[in-house]
Design a protein around this ligand. Structure first.
Ligand code: MN
Length: 202
């Protein structure tokens, strides 16, 4: 079965003013759709057709670049839309809050380190909060790679991820990636991140 574009779990304008409507329309409807279409094209008639997206990303390094890039693009964006929510932001609670404090000292120190990973990614890519060997870590990947991939420098289970490709912020923030990353905190879906953390730590 071919992959399809998942519906956004909220309206295109729901993340205003942190992430603008036109960016969400193009990012979801054009960019993510293109990853899905190109992934389907690259898989058609190959032995990997029929695998789940998770099965594809964990062996991405052994697959042709079109499958690695578009498969990563599909997984990453599906994860990203659920990382965000309207009327969100604030601070995490419970087990995830405790784990963040244990790993980084304070929530503020965590935010600083995560934002620095996003600002410091040269060109296009992602910054991640991952669970690795039972501990939280921050990492970053180039292009559409992610920490589940066999080719990732630092492997782990993603809890949070932020897209730092220019297409994610350029219409509103232009060259000011740090401003986009500052606004990201206003729309982080902490309940979803907590759910991922609790599933990963089991
Ligand atoms: Mn993107």
């Amino acid at each position: 079965m071919a992959f399809t574009l998942p519906a956004l779990p909220y309206a295109h304008d729901a993340l205003e003013p942190s992430i603008d409507t036109l960016t969400m329309q193009i990012h979801h409807g054009k960019h993510h759709q293109a990853y899905v279409d190109n992934l389907n094209k690259a898989l058609a008639g190959t032995p990997n057709e029929g695998k789940t997206i998770e099965e594809i990303v964990v062996i991405a390094g052994t697959l042709p670049p079109a499958i690695r890039n578009n498969g990563g693009g599909h997984w990453n964006h599906s994860f990203f839309w659920e990382t965000l929510a309207p009327n969100a932001g604030g601070t995490p609670t419970g087990a995830l809050a405790d784990a963040i404090n244990a790993a980084f000292g304070t929530f503020e120190a965590f935010k600083e380190k995560f934002s620095a990973a996003g600002v410091g990614r040269f060109g296009s890519g992602w910054a991640w909060l991952i669970l690795k060997d039972g501990k939280l870590e921050i990492s970053s990947t180039p292009n559409q790679d992610n920490p589940l991939m066999d080719v990732a420098e630092i492997k782990g289970k993603p809890v949070l991820g932020v897209d730092v490709w220019e297409h994610a912020y350029y219409l509103k923030y232009q060259n000011k990636r740090p401003d986009y990353l500052a606004a990201f905190w206003n729309v982080v879906n902490w309940p979803k991140a907590t759910e991922r953390y609790e599933a990963a730590i089991k």
